[in-house]
Structures are given as structure tokens and as C-alpha cells.
Design a protein around this ligand. Sequence first.
Ligand SMILES: [Zn+2]
Ligand SMILES: [Zn+2]
Length: 257
Amino acid sequence: MDLHYKLQAAWDHIITTYKPGTIELTGSIITQIVGFIIPATLYMFIDTVFPKFSQRHKIQDARRQPTRQQILHCVKVTLFNHVWVVALHGMLVWFAGLDHATLNLDPIVPPWTEFIVDFAFGLLAREVSFYYIHRALHHPRIYVYIHKMHHKYITPVAFAAEYAHPVEHILANVLPVSLPLYLKGAHFLSIMGFVTFELWEAAADHSGYDLLKLPPAELHDLHHEKFRVNYGTIGLMDWIHGTDVVGWDRPKVKKAE
Ligand SMILES: [Zn+2]
Ligand SMILES: [Zn+2]
């Protein structure tokens, strides 16, 4: 029995057993837990249980790492951000009515090729939208009111990925990841898979470890350290705009050196 057949059988069971609203909300909660809370907790586990390993492999120096108190504060705010976004989704589902789907819950599971196309589209749309939103958040007139909060952690840890002002959390973290695939009309399972990947990527990008180079965590780590560099997620938009080097306002001079 191939994997796609098993997935179709499981999906058949889910859509004939539960109401659309229940499926959407449960899927959203599972995505947050599997994509972010479990990986971020595992990264924190490595930080605290294996400090020597952590010191050897962290991108930034051990002396610059946040204190236990700062990490606890970060975990509290981040978990709160997850809870209120799920609550918001719950309210939308409630107002739409549990019997009505707000996402594409087609009984036919799409072929793998459609999952791959959705993934590539989602990745590109997220890179472009996140880049410009993130860069706008660095505008001097906006920065102090919203994005300064996310930059509290110059040496980030995984939970710091979602440590953000509520406005930023919606504008930069939630919408660039979920809205493009929603507007494309992608299947619910495809959206769940993509959002799970993106949440893990955000946790890995902030973890302070760049062991596998996938994702290239060093890029966003450097953004937390130097601020005006590497605004994007996969490096494409930074390459186009020349912000992929330290001191983006004088990259040509840097390159000439
Ligand atoms: Zn960040
Ligand atoms: Zn920033």
C-alpha cells in the first residue's frame, strides 16, 4: 500500500467523521505543536542539558547567550502569541459555523506533484512578502514601535522566532506563510504541511545552531546580530537587493575589499 493511498484512506476517515470547522481548528493546533512547540522545546533541551555541545556549536559566542530568565520570558510571550492566533482562528471558524469549511477540504487528496508546486509557490511568496514587510518594519519611524521587540534577542534562541509584537506576529509571521496558499486555493493538507515546515524553519533559524546548513540559520542569526542585513528567509530577495552582506548600505565597497 503506497503512502498516498494511506493518506487518502486517513483523510476519508477524517472528513466523514468530523465537522469541517473541527478539522480546520484541530489541524491548526497540531501544526503549531508539531511545527514549532516540539522543535523549539528540543532546541532548548539541547541548550540546557548539553551546555558543552551547545557552546561548541552555537553560531554566536557563549558569553552572548540570553540568561535563563530572559529565555523564560521569551517562551511565555511566544506561547501567548501561539495561543491567541489559534483563538483567533477558532473565532473565525465559530463565526463561519462548524459545518462550513473556510479552507479547501476536498475529499480527494491532491497528487504529490500538487503538494510540491504548492510548496514551491508558498516558499517564493513567503520570501517576497516577508522580505518587504520585514524591511518596512525596520523603517526608523516604525521600528521602535513594533519590530524592536523581536530584536530584543541579539543572540536568538528557537523560541525567539515568534517573540514579537502582536501586529508583527500577524503581518510578518502569520500572513506571509498562510495567506498565499489560502488565496491559491491549496488543499488543507498542503497548507498544513507547508505551515508546519515554515514554523520549524523559523525555530531552526533562531536556534543559534547551523549544523546542517538547512535552513541556513546563520543568515537570520546575523540579522539579529547586525540588524540591517539578511531580511529574507531563503536569501533570494537579499541577493536581488544586495542586502545579503554585512552592512547592506555599502555592499559594493565590502565586496571590493
Ligand atoms: Zn528573527
Ligand atoms: Zn529584523
